[in-house]
Design a protein around this ligand. Structure first.
Ligand code: ADP
Ligand code: ADP
Length: 216
């Protein structure tokens, strides 16, 4: 099954051409890296797929649905049911502990038994011993695992990650990638990961390379 299809997608910010005529197909279950120098369009590509930005021209289908023509409220519902975003900076709620960071997301999304689900995920992520800690009491790698846990509360079919290890040392980066790979293999989640860390390339089943907004 096709997870993501881009047809002739371009994105301009004023007179900056961030993406130029991109054609790309990602199948469900793929583990894809998006690589390229800074400014080559990696983040823009992810934001367009998530529907957080609209393309200037072209169309994007996610799981058979055209996300470029959707209205904002339909789109946020569609996103919530299908896609999750993981960022370089974790954007956790600093005033809430780890368990609350997960349950709040589950409650907002009306997940069944959010606390039970959050506890199960923290166990899976080996973060149970940190559940009562606030984000600033955790290492960078742990904070990113909490952010991933929060994404998993919504049982996404696709995870879009923008430089998820950009703030981590090599040991933590490998741990995050091993986690992504297990989620890919065990839960069949499709991954699209933007990174410029060449030491992580061996994880990818396929690499999409961008330069100056073009596929190379
Ligand atoms: P990467 O993620 O590979 O570093 P980006 O997708 O962030 O690349 O950026 C691609 C190009 O688009 C760059 O030239 C960047 O400056 C420009 N760009 C990205 N977002 C915006 C924005 N919101 N407004 C203006 N220009 C932007
Ligand atoms: P890293 O190098 O991954 O950032 P650290 O060496 O800072 O990790 O931390 C090692 C261990 O100490 C980790 O398990 C982390 O959870 C814990 N730790 C780090 N900072 C704090 C803190 N401010 N309060 C409580 N525990 C912490």
């Amino acid at each position: 099954m096709k997870a993501i299809t881009l047809r002739d997608v371009s994105k301009e910010y004023g007179n900056v051409k961030a993406l130029k005529s991109i054609n790309l197909e990602i199948m469900s279950g793929e583990f894809v890296g998006i690589m390229g120098p800074s400014g080559s369009g990696k983040s823009t590509l992810l934001y367009l797929i998530a529907g957080l930005e609209k393309p200037t021209s072209g169309s994007i289908e996610v799981l058979g649905t055209d996300v470029t023509s959707m209205k904002e409220d339909q789109l946020s519902e569609f996103r919530k049911n299908n896609m999750a975003f993981v960022f370089q900076f974790y954007y956790l709620l600093e005033d809430f502990n780890v368990l609350e960071n997960l349950t709040i997301v589950g409650e907002l999304a009306r997940v069944k038994e959010p606390k039970k689900k959050a506890l199960e995920l923290l166990d899976y992520l080996r973060l149970s011993h940190r559940k009562n800690h606030k984000p600033n009491q955790l290492s960078g790698g742990e904070q990113q695992r909490v952010a991933i846990g929060r994404a998993l509360m919504l049982e996404p079919k696709i995870i879009l990650a923008d430089e998820p290890t950009g703030n981590l040392d090599m040991e933590d980066s490998l741990r995050i990638f091993n986690l992504f790979k297990s989620l890919n293999e065990e839960k069949g989640i499709t991954f699209l990961i933007a990174t410029h860390n060449v030491e992580l390339t061996s994880y990818f089943g396929r690499i999409v390379r961008l330069r100056d907004g073009m596929l190379v």
